[in-house]
Design a protein around this ligand. Structure first.
Ligand code: C5P
Length: 225
């Protein structure tokens, strides 16, 4: 589909810091609406993983930008949240806390963000797209029909991440998680290019005291009203 045509495809942009519930909420929204889903964070995580495997330094901006379009990345669809890199399932590797921290290092490099831009926009296909990330409403899909910024206190986000990881059998320390989350917030919010912030026309929802179902309902009301 040509870019002019895809511009008519509606986008629901869901941005916010890590652990605010974006992933779960966005998947459920995509499911309810019957729309496609873009997990943009996974692209940064995969790039960091691929670079590490190839021995590319995470600050080597030009090599990382050259690598980004080369990667053979595939996502599972619907309830299948598996992620594949060059034919290998890497879901567990990229969901690890270390992968998130490495992703936020490569994500601060302007040439890397530019290299991943078209790849992200290609997910905009009929009948619609739920795009989950940090800059969906501010950079990648500035014309999104609806923009939502989900947030929650750092302590609440650390608690949620702790429960998720323990449930997956990954052993973590809650104090370390809180430190990592705060460091990642600081890096994502202070970077010069596409810093984490709500778009001017975004609806901000604080999810600290809300269940996933309540957040999904609130966003669906926005989309359908
Ligand atoms: O959302 P997730 O935790 O998977 O993102 C991992 C990292 O990738 C974030 O901390 C952020 O640095 C980066 N990211 C980004 N822009 C996006 C999505 C993720 O900079 N749209």
């Amino acid at each position: 589909m040509k870019e002019m045509d895809t511009k008519r495809v509606p986008v629901l942009a869901i941005d916010g810091p890590g652990g605010a519930g974006k992933g779960t909420v966005s998947r459920q929204l995509a499911d309810s609406l019957g729309w496609h889903y873009l997990d943009s964070g996974a692209l940064y995580r995969i790039l960091a993983l691929a670079a590490t495997r190839k021995g590319i330094d995470l600050n080597d901006e030009s090599s990382l930008a050259a690598l980004a379009p080369e990667l053979d990345i595939r996502f599972g669809t619907g309830s299948d949240d598996s992620v594949w890199l060059d034919g290998e399932e890497v879901s567990a590797h990229i969901r690890h806390e270390d992968a998130g921290a490495m992703a936020s290092v490569v994500a601060a490099l302007p040439a890397v963000r530019q290299a991943l831009l078209l790849r992200q926009r290609a997910f905009r296909q009929p009948p619609g797209l739920v795009a989950d990330g940090r800059d969906m409403g501010t950079v990648v899909f500035t014309d999104a029909a609806q923009k939502v910024f989900l947030t929650a206190s750092a302590q609440e986000r650390a608690d949620r991440r702790y429960k998720q990881l323990i449930a997956k059998g990954i052993d973590v320390n809650i104090g370390d998680l809180l430190t990592d989350i705060s460091a990642r917030d600081a890096r994502d919010s202070s970077r010069a290019v596409a810093p984490l912030r709500p778009a001017d026309d975004a609806t901000v929802i604080d999810t600290t005291h809300l269940s996933i179902a309540q957040v999904v309902d609130q966003v669906l009301t926005l989309v359908t009203s």
